[in-house]
Design a protein around this ligand. Sequence first.
Ligand code: CO6
Length: 433
Amino acid sequence: MASFNIVMPKLGESIQEGTITKWFVKEGDTIEEDDMLFEVATDKVDSEIPSPVDGVITKINYEEDSLVAVGEVLAVVSLDGEVEETEPEATDSKEETAKTDEAPAKAETTDASVDDSRKLSNRFYSPLVKTIAKEENVSFDELESIEGSGVGGRVQKKDIMAYLESRDSSAAQKESKPAAPAAPAVEKKAAPPVSVGANDTVVEMDRVRKLIADHMVMSKQVSPHVTSVVEADVTDLVIWRNKNKDAFQKKYGDKITFMPIFTEAVAAALAEFPMVNSSVNGDQIVMKKDVNVGIAVAKPDGNLIVPVIRNAEQRNLVGLTKELNRLADAARNNKLDPSEIQGGTFTITNFGSFGNIIGTPIINQPQVAILATGIIEKKPAVLETPSGDVIAIRYKMYLSLSYDHRIIDGALGGAFLRRIADHLEQFDINRAI
Ligand code: CO6
């Protein structure tokens, strides 16, 4: 019986042992490569460990809650599907031991390096990752450049898929160009079966759609979302924009829409509320110095991509307009460089373009908040004047903010959102272009 030993992986430079907090499999289970085997916890990281091989679990050596040293054999997998007769006292037990003794070398290298790159790399690439790399012509250098989201920076399937997506979305498509992946995904829960009738049409998701789907599921699993909504009277900024639109284009060669003005307001509010411009890292909150605003762009193929306006708080309205137009154009034409979709610290999604008013956007991990801007519409509004209340026709819009309730409570989220609305409402109608 060909067997493979699953060993306790090295979960970090200084980590020598880990506690098995959960087994997802039991003896006799048939497993496939990348199926989750167990969950392990250390004082630094918790992680779920996938199987590097297909086979049948023939032996589990440690129960849940056992503290196990790195390199110890945790379980044995029969690679040819034969289930070993586990009788410790049997006369052939020595022979069995001898057989499995061959495997630790494999197993040990499994978490160091098991492939052709063993001499060159300390990183582990699962057979699945290597197969994808081969099929997609990902060079060894490219593979080495991918930031792994797994234990100890291990490259997982989702990382290489994210890399391929960003590579594909770049017109340059330079195979040697490193690109960090999108935010990590997590294993999807099994969905209920779907019956397909004779008149139904089945459409295969493309890779980008699968990545978006994974990313959305992951985000909802990672952070508890809550959404607050405010209404803003944006009459002055609409009048200003409509009045200056042509002159702005003539002067700067770029069309100005409302998006740069929204972005300017968001960047100013983020500078005032740095906790919203942050990420959660375990039990730590990482407050980002740069204000890098991602803009959700709908692509002609129906997919969505989020290029990033870097240091938005340092740019004026002309700079924001030019960068937004450049990035939106590049996004729609698959010309974004992978670096242009990385490093965002906050995202704006403008579904007002579709005539939508209010929504509950999903956070773009590892950020902690996302703003949706609804359509600007004329509405009857009550205005207080020195001579009494009047009803006037005003331009109004809703702003919806989804935020990560792990670190942002309603008071902070609400105050931040109101601040964006205040910036928009206080737009100087006499501003020079
Ligand atoms: N109100 C009123 N008018 C608007 C608005 C709003 N919110 N947004 C755009 N527009 C106008 C805009 O001013 C343009 O009019 P003119 O200047 O008078 O010509 C026109 O609509 C077209 O604007 P365009 O979309 O071309 O440019 P804009 O700079 O406003 O937006 C963009 C750039 C890249 C954000 C946009 O093109 C885009 O791709 N938007 C879609 C983003 C998206 O798909 N988000 C995901 C939505 S799903 O979030 C979601 C919560 C869930 C449901």
